[in-house]
Design a protein around this ligand. Structure first.
Ligand code: SF4
Ligand code: SF4
Length: 262
């Protein structure tokens, strides 16, 4: 279905957001005084999936190889700029104060970066009138029509792929190896701005190897059935903490029931 859209510059998408950033964008964001967190999830990956499994290949490109106990996993780490209220770069007249160097995700919105996610106008922050424009955002064949959007999506996917090995090094240097189970929960790490900036600048060193180091990760869950399943698969797993635990927080997508005694 053709989707019509034109930005009304209402500024809603610049409030109370989580912006996924590339490694280079995160360095810029931190140097500008912003905060960045690490969102980590682990995907059980006992064997490589066929090339024609496109959703799996999409996850593979964004992740690095690791293990949890005896189970091979792949870990996706997202560098996330988070803010409540207005973005620190939003000007009083709702223009972006860093327009020419704003993150790619800001250039892409409200289009979708993930090729397997359908664009749902109702799920976007844009007001109804933005979708009543004559301009076409996505044509009937499902293609984005704006060349800048297409270029930003391609560049963001490239950065995801290139950054995966760097993120593995970043986690190693931060001593971070705890993740949620993909599709069930996420572990959020909030290092200090200074520490994360230093580690990112060090890890992005072009002299560093792009080879993915294989490290051991622990998988957290707030559901006893999941913990039982993870343990039976030989995974290094543990009950997710309630609230903040030393700069680390678990965000579960489902109601937790706590671990069963065993
Ligand atoms: S960086 Fe600019 S475009 Fe992106 S959320 Fe902030 S103000 Fe909006
Ligand atoms: S919410 Fe939509 S219409 Fe409003 S500024 Fe953001 S992209 Fe434009």
């Amino acid at each position: 279905m053709t989707v019509h859209f034109s930005c009304t510059q209402c500024g809603r998408c610049c409030h109370g957001l989580r912006l996924p950033l590339s490694v280079r964008e995160a360095i810029t964001w931190l140097r500008d005084g912003g905060e960045v967190q690490l969102f980590s999830e682990a995907i059980p990956w006992p064997e490589d999936l066929p090339e024609d499994n496109l959703p799996a290949q999409h996850k593979r490109r964004r992740s690095f190889a690791a293990r949890s106990g005896s189970l091979p996993v792949r870990v996706i780490v997202v560098l996330m700029a988070s803010f409540d209220g207005a973005c620190p770069n939003l000007l009083p007249d709702m223009r972006c104060g860093i327009y020419d160097r704003r993150p790619r995700v800001c250039r892409i919105y409200p289009a979708e970066l993930n090729p397997f996610v359908e664009l749902e106008p109702a799920g976007k922050l844009c007001p109804p009138e933005a979708w009543q424009s004559e301009e076409v955002l996505r044509d009937e064949a499902g293609r984005w029509t704006d060349p800048d959007t297409v270029a930003a999506i391609a560049a963001a996917r490239d950065a995801d792929r290139i950054d995966a090995a760097t993120k593995a090094r970043v986690c190693e240097r931060l001593g971070h190896a705890v993740a949620g189970l993909s599709n069930e929960g996420i572990v959020i790490l909030s290092p200090s701005r200074e520490r994360l900036l230093a580690v990112l600048e060090d890890a992005i060193d072009p002299g560093a190897s792009d080879e993915e180091p294989i490290h051991s990760w622990q998988v957290l869950s707030n559901r006893s059935a999941t913990l039982d399943m993870l343990r039976s698969a030989g995974t290094d797993s543990a009950a997710a903490p309630d609230g903040d635990a030393g700069g680390l927080r678990y965000l579960g997508f489902f109601q937790g029931d706590g671990p069963r005694p065993h």
